[in-house]
Design a protein around this ligand. Structure first.
Ligand SMILES: *Cc1c(COP(=O)(O)O)cnc(C)c1O
Length: 360
């Protein structure tokens, strides 16, 4: 990450070599609003992993103005950083619950752990009696939360202490016709019917499954950030990478490591200033494109650590920058080229990018 000093130094000399990640907070706000309009219940926001790489402080502050009262993070450390950015007020829920050594952070930052086991419950009431907590139940994903037998042993004691939320997570919500969805819904209902505490089952995918899945609070993440399975999402990120150098390559010449690409015709090649060290997954190389305005340009040869070669033969003039993400290409298109999911594209976005926010 460039320090402010380094950036000022660069600005002084008019340097332009840094890749710019533009985060459109207006698009993010629009996506949160449309997800929220899908249900009649409270809509929270998941900002774990630094808001999927987009900056938890900026994103959460904007969402707090929108009216979000419950935020979700993965770890107590993330929660503590978020509390600094948000100030007191909104609830910050921690999915990993109350882990050994967490008590001072949970207390100082007023975080609400989602308790995952009897052990965590004991640790919590012992270390922080009277401190808020929620409950995470496992309804079949077998990842986090109490299983039905554990929950039935603890249920009455836990409910008597007024958890702020009782939640579970769906394993297959991005596949609306998967039978697992109804199965988990049924288990969740069995485990929680009749309780007073607010209930939550749906992330982005669950919101789109319909009202049966909404309960009292929803927890969207990826849909806000512009990703599948939310088809109507507006793209939130644009990634513009500067061109360092352009050259003409003759027939039979190769480009990049391993000579994996060989020119079939005279080709104009632009070398751009980003690579796999910036989270541009090397695996996407052979199938990925960048855009210059409306023109699609193919990535050629192997993606290097800090550099990528692009075929810009279709352009009349050499471009100053190319876009890897933006109007023409979203995170899911890139994910497909790399054989992964939009979540991984976002959370891999590099530390060397300059992050700019628009639409605040
Ligand atoms: C990450 C996560 C979410 C958000 O999921 P999206 O698919 O990004 O909407 C919600 N709940 C839990 C428990 C999560 O881990």
């Amino acid at each position: 990450m460039f320090t402010l000093d380094a950036r000022m130094e660069r600005a002084k000399y008019g340097a332009m070599a840094q890749t710019v990640l533009t985060i459109d907070l207006a698009a993010l706000r629009h996506n949160w609003r449309s997800l929220s309009a899908n249900s009649d219940t409270e809509t929270g926001a998941v900002v774990k992993a630094d808001a999927y790489g987009l900056g938890a402080g900026r994103v959460a502050n904007m969402l707090a103005i929108e009216g979000v009262r419950r935020f979700f993070v993965a770890l107590a450390e993330e929660g503590a950083a978020l509390r600094k950015a948000l100030g007191s007020g909104p609830e910050i829920n921690v999915f990993s619950g109350h882990m050994a050594g967490d008590a001072p952070l949970l207390k100082a930052a007023q975080l609400t752990p989602m308790i995952n086991s009897v052990d965590q419950m004991l640790r919590h009431v012992e270390a922080l009696p009277g401190h808020s907590f929620g409950i995470q139940l496992d309804t079949g994903m077998n990842r986090l939360g109490m299983e039905p037998s554990e929950w039935s042993a603890l249920r009455e004691i836990a409910l008597a202490q007024h958890p702020t939320l009782v939640m579970s997570h769906l394993a297959c919500a991005d596949e609306p016709t998967h039978e697992m969805n109804a199965r988990q819904l049924h288990v969740f209902q069995q485990m929680t019917d009749g309780i007073d505490a607010p209930r939550s089952l749906a992330a982005t995918g669950g919101i789109l499954l319909g009202p049966d899945y909404h309960f009292d609070v929803t927890r969207p993440g990826i849909g806000m950030y512009g990703g599948q399975p939310f088809d109507d999402a507006r793209p939130v990120v644009q990634l513009s990478i500067p061109v360092i150098q352009t050259r003409d390559v003759a027939i039979g010449e190769s480009v990049g490591y391993g000579n994996s690409w060989v020119a079939q015709g005279v080709t104009r090649v632009a070398t751009i200033a980003a690579g796999y060290a910036d989270g541009i997954l090397r695996a996407m190389g052979p199938r990925a494109h960048v855009y210059v305005g409306d023109t699609r340009c193919k990535i050629i040869g192997r993606i290097s650590m800090d550099l990528i070669a692009v075929d810009v033969s279709a352009l009349k003039t050499a471009p100053d920058t190319v876009d890897l993400l933006g109007r023409h290409q979203d995170i899911d298109t890139l994910a497909e080229a790399a054989g992964t999911i939009g979540y991984e594209i976002l959370t891999s976005l590099g530390a060397r990018y300059e992050r700019r926010y628009t639409g605040a």
